[in-house]
Design a protein around this ligand. Structure first.
Ligand code: ATP
Length: 605
């Protein structure tokens, strides 16, 4: 083989993989590519393009479909009003001719590019492509990004550019798992990746498939893929699985899973997908240095926000905002709180091979808790002291099925997400979901009465539902004056799941004559809808008048979240359509005040 590997060769591999149904064929094509077409020193260059989600050498592109569409339109020098530009902006909907591709951004882009690019390969090498992708990730504004895309377009054909778009969106739809790619590359690749999260190192160290690699342990400073929990449906199944074992039950917190790697006066905060969250350093670094009583260690746990005035953990989603206030030195009743539930490295050795019971002992020794900032989640740990009298603990030793059932019930009543049961004799294993930890979550908890909401808009789907409405924007009624019908509806949440395909089709067929396209910026939004300007709310279509619409009964996780995206003061989490209320007239939609009453009664306030 001479010269550097061309991207067109990788594109042929992608096309082959996508076409073949069998996993063995996909794997053998990949093997052939490595052996015949790719030089060992280019393995990383190629594999980072095949597994873009695992590549941490390059920053993020900041390009979701909508921004990518805008950049491509600029790169191609198209007018924003042109038919093709609109096709890209409305990729979910699909234009008159692109029906088949609606919902697949790369295919819609391919359609547009085919009219502008030739068939001949641009001759780009994989190394050149990686250099350009580096530039794309590091460019700061849209016009710089458009200029890199324009260079890419000049040096590729439409087919190659389609794959580049998929690489940028980090979704290649090759139908082959990351596990298979790793196994075909080298028998030790997955293991090494799990303990280093470093794709470059894996590709460089394991170039020779016939040379086995000594199993590597975890290291301070290198994120490790987390131990995961297996889902079980009920307490009895969980208890049976752990028959005869010593078990702890812990609350399943709803924050960010974070590994803290402490090394002297330095600490890194790695998330589940191995990103280094340096924003947590503000306000947390000093605590880690002073209150973790060992120089080098790795802790596993959850980053949450503790609200001092309310004496409880804040709702999910406030971590970033609180980290930002900490950085700006703003005083607040809410502060970041790290809940440590495991230790993976202590002093100069990994301790993942020790039992959880032994690791809990070490944790107790190492963590000096600070109320509401650094807490210990072990059966007799500090966190339990944060509870109000009479409230359930956050971590207990369980001795029988009744203990598990009681703990689960209490946890759910306290509106926490669920519980995690852990075998105290188990090791901590990277990326393992074999049942050392079991998670038990409630099915959707129904609010004390149905939430009957009105459909006010629709969102187009992707994939199979591309080009048609797949989700709804639903609203609550503004409180009507006595004996009158509501005059306005306030956007409340977005909901898609719960109905069968047939039911969904029936609703859409009934609404279809009344659906009107949304036009930015809110031109023609019916005046009887109160909405926000948030992009995540913006529907693709409106129902032209409430009288024509349909009521849906939705259920949800009973916890509500304050809403910035929707106009109503609260929204709910994980909404699901329970059923279509065909007989209920539009004006019997739940009103905002009744909803607030429901929230308050379910919060017990
Ligand atoms: P889910 O969507 O149910 O959180 P998941 O796939 O993200 O599932 P799992 O491995 O199934 O993750 O569940 C473990 C996750 O639960 C952890 O990644 C962590 O973020 C979270 N968690 C919260 N509290 C605990 C706890 N006490 N012990 C372990 N994990 C916990």
């Amino acid at each position: 083989m001479s010269g550097e590997t061309k991207f067109s060769v990788l594109v042929s591999l992608f096309n082959w993989m996508q076409k073949s149904k069998s996993s063995a064929v996909k794997r053998s094509k990949f093997r052939k590519f490595l052996d015949t077409f790719c030089r060992p020193r280019e393995y990383f260059s190629a594999i980072r393009l095949i597994l873009p989600t695992l590549d941490r050498e390059r920053g993020t592109y900041g390009l979701k479909e909508s921004v990518l569409a805008a950049c491509l339109v600029d790169a191609l020098g198209m007018s924003r009003d042109s038919e093709d530009a609109q096709r890209l902006f409305n990729w979910r909907r699909g234009g008159p001719k692109s029906g088949a591709n609606a919902g697949n951004f790369a295919m819609v882009a391919n359609e547009v590019l085919q009219r502008r690019q030739g068939m001949t390969s641009g001759g780009l090498t994989i190394n050149e492509l990686n250099d350009l992708l580096d530039r794309l990730a590091s460019s700061e504004n849209r016009s710089e990004k458009a200029s890199v895309l324009s260079t890419l377009i000049k040096n590729t054909n439409a087919q190659e550019m389609k794959w580049i778009v998929m690489i940028i969106l980090k979704d290649l739809k090759l139908g082959i798992s990351e596990k298979s790619i790793f196994h075909e590359f080298h028998p030790d690749a997955e293991d090494l990746f799990n303990v280093t999260c470093d794709l470059k190192l894996v590709c460089e160290k394991l170039r020779d498939r016939s040379q086995r690699h000594k199993r590597q342990d975890i290291e301070v400073g290198k994120p490790v893929r987390p131990q995961l929990a297996m889902r079980v449906n009920n307490a009895a199944t969980a208890w049976k699985k752990f028959h005869g074992k010593e078990v702890v039950a812990e609350c399943k917190f709803d924050g960010d899973r974070i590994q803290i790697h402490k090394n002297g006066t330095d600490a890194h905060f790695f998330s589940r997908n191995f990103l280094d969250h340096s924003e947590y350093e503000h306000g947390m670094l000093d605590i880690i240095i002073q209150n973790i009583l060992v120089d080098r260690c790795i802790l596993d746990g959850e980053m949450l926000v503790w609200d001092k005035s309310l004496n409880r953990f804040a709702e999910f989603g406030s971590n970033q905002e609180i980290a930002k206030s900490a950085r700006e030195g703003l005083a607040s009743d809410r502060e970041l709180c790290y809940v440590a539930f495991d230790i993976l490295y202590y002093g100069d050795t990994s301790v993942i091979h020790q039992s959880l019971k032994e690791r809990h002992e070490l944790l107790r020794k190492v963590v000096k808790p600070i109320k509401g900032r650094l807490e210990l989640l072990v059966p007799d740990g500090s966190l339990n002291n944060l509870r109000h009298p009479g409230e359930p603990c956050w971590s207990i030793s369980v001795h029988g099925l009744e203990d598990v059932e009681r703990f689960f019930k209490e946890t759910i009543e306290n509106r926490d997400e669920g519980i995690v049961l852990k075998d105290l004799s188990s090791k901590w294993e990277p990326s393992d979901r074999s049942g050392k930890w079991l998670k038990l979550k409630p099915d959707y908890v129904r609010a004390s009465s149905d939430l009957d909401v009105l459909i006010i808009g629709g969102y187009y789907g992707s994939g199979r539902r591309g080009g048609g409405v797949a989700q709804f924007l639903v609203g609550l009624a503004e409180c009507p004056a006595p004996n009158t019908y509501p005059r306005r509806f306030i956007s409340f949440c977005r909901v898609g799941t719960g109905l069968s395909e047939d039911e969904l089709d029936a609703v859409i067929t009934k609404l279809k004559p009344y659906l009107r396209k949304y036009e930015y910026p809110r031109k023609g939004t019916p005046s009887f809808y109160q909405v926000t300007d948030h992009v995540r709310e913006r529907p693709d279509v409106w129902v032209e008048s409430p009288e024509k619409s349909i009521i849906l009964a939705i259920t949800s996780d009973i916890r509500t979240i304050s809403s910035e995206v929707f106009a109503a003061p609260y929204s709910i989490r994980f909404p699901r359509i329970d059923r279509v209320k065909w007989d209920k007239p539009w004006h019997e939609c739940l009103d905002v005040q009744s909803f607030m009453d429901l929230v308050q009664s379910s919060n017990g306030t």
